[in-house]
Design a protein. Sequence first.
Length: 298
Amino acid sequence: MIPIVLAWGALEYFYRHVESNYSYKHKMVTTHYDEIETLVLGDSHAFFGINPEFITSEAFNLSLISQSLYFDELLFSKHQDSLKNLKNLVLTIGYYTLSQPKNVKGDTWRKYFYYNQMDIKAPIVSDFDIRKYSLALCRRFSWSTDLLRKYIQDGTIVSCDENGWGNYYIDKGKLTLQKHALQRAKGHKDGLMDFSQNTIKLQSIIDRCKTIGCKVYLVEMPVHKDYITALNPEKWNKIESVCKTLESNNRNTTYINLREDYRLEDSDLYDADHLNHKGAKKYTQIINEIISDPKNGF
């Protein structure tokens, strides 16, 4: 048992003392409360695709890989009262965002990092779950050792810049975009069409923004055409319909649909549904033009 206990203790120390994307973003947002005017939330499409460097207002990207709308709402609820100068909230909407239930597969270990490293008291984290108290038990041992090796090699496991942008999707991935589109689409086919709970969450975020004079931008990021055609067209249409309804019913809300944007080039994409550094610059500038337009005010 001694080697097992030593390995557990070493990994626990590692997770508690080495800065991660979770702890780094929490630190950066809380130390820049008075400066942030534009806040970005969402999953990996926002993490890699929206670079605050190209937003003219003071911006911070609080998105994380596989971040569900469940945690978007909890994060915004936690920080909204402290963001005294917040004018814009940018929230990305993907194929599965509105149908994704809470406590999905991606949250099975991430929820403990939100709890311990971002001070998010998520109800889905049970007091009787031992992983709530030990981050070393949250992930597979092989994943943890891979992360430890990365830290030894690079001196950090933080994979975003000081503005929260995920800055390592450079150029294009190894797979062809067409092949990757089919693989990604296969993994995203969830068969879920009930948007009711997540629509309520979005409306809750929008209503909170109204109370602080903040505009909301629901953004569908550009993706490869083969990714779109490989997925359910009925669901795509329903996503657009819900976002348009939210825009129509709320004066502070603007829907930006870049899903099939004519300006997208293959060289803008890292893979079928993520922008690379070139695409992030291009589309952040496009989004910035919209959120900077006075006509999008209340």
